[in-house]
Design a protein around this ligand. Structure first.
Ligand SMILES: Cc1cc2nc3c(=O)[nH]c(=O)nc-3n(C[C@H](O)[C@H](O)[C@H](O)COP(=O)(O)O)c2cc1C
Length: 198
């Protein structure tokens, strides 16, 4: 199912077609595609080139997948169960170079996941990020050291038939996608002042 963004200005196809589905087909993801989406992570920018991103990845049926699934809140478990791949994105909270707190770690992980998402879109895959998971439980299950923290859970896969979803979820799967207009968040002169540049 397509849910292309209704853009005000033309966008690159992979940005236009990306969205966060809940109905995933159970089709396996080829290893080469996964290798390429992590190559996109690899080449993402980061403060002082710290590359503070780490991932834990599981494929349906394996123990890692089951443990990631266990960390999800019930709402996300309702739909994420058909995704062929589940991941956790983690950050290293301190600098590998200085040992000081890395204030940009979560920002950089988010950006690396954006890169992952767009490469996934290019590969015909879809990504659904989930803040609804228990990071503490993830730390326990995966023996994550204190200096690292799970930031988000992620489902990846090919699009599935929306009718596999619980009826409550089918409605949002079919609903249109809404966004603010850029004039609401791009300012000049002072905060809140519409910019003449766009
Ligand atoms: C950090 C983050 C956390 C999110 N958490 C959840 C979640 O726990 N459950 C869920 O169903 N969707 C979650 N989403 C998906 C958003 O609801 C979705 O991206 C947003 O509504 C925009 O829709 P679109 O991605 O289809 O454009 C999350 C997205 C992000 C980026």
């Amino acid at each position: 199912m397509e849910k292309k963004a209704k853009t005000n200005y033309p966008l690159h196809e992979i940005l236009e077609s990306r969205w966060s589905p809940r109905a995933f087909s159970e089709e396996k993801i080829e290893k080469e595609k996964l290798q390429r989406i992590f190559e996109a992570v690899r080449w993402s920018p980061s403060a002082s080139n710290e590359q503070p991103w780490f991932f834990i990845i599981g494929e349906a049926g394996d123990p890692t997948y089951r443990m990631i699934f266990e960390t999800l809140v019930e709402f996300n478990q309702m739909w994420a169960k058909t995704a062929p791949v589940l991941m956790l994105a983690l950050c290293k909270k301190t600098s590998a170079k200085t040992g000081n707190t890395n204030d940009w770690a979560r920002y950089d992980v988010g950006q690396s996941v954006a890169h992952l998402t767009f490469q996934a879109s290019y590969e015909g895959l879809y990504v659904h990020q989930m803040g609804g998971f228990d990071a503490g439980k993830a730390s326990e299950l995966f023996l994550i050291p204190d200096d690292y923290e799970a930031v988000t859970a992620i489902a990846v896969g090919f699009i599935g038939d929306y009718q596999i979803l619980d009826t409550r979820l089918q409605k949002s799967e079919l609903a249109g996608r809404e966004r603010k207009n850029s004039v609401e968040f791009v300012f000049s002169d002072k905060f809140g002042e519409k910019s003449a540049l766009i």
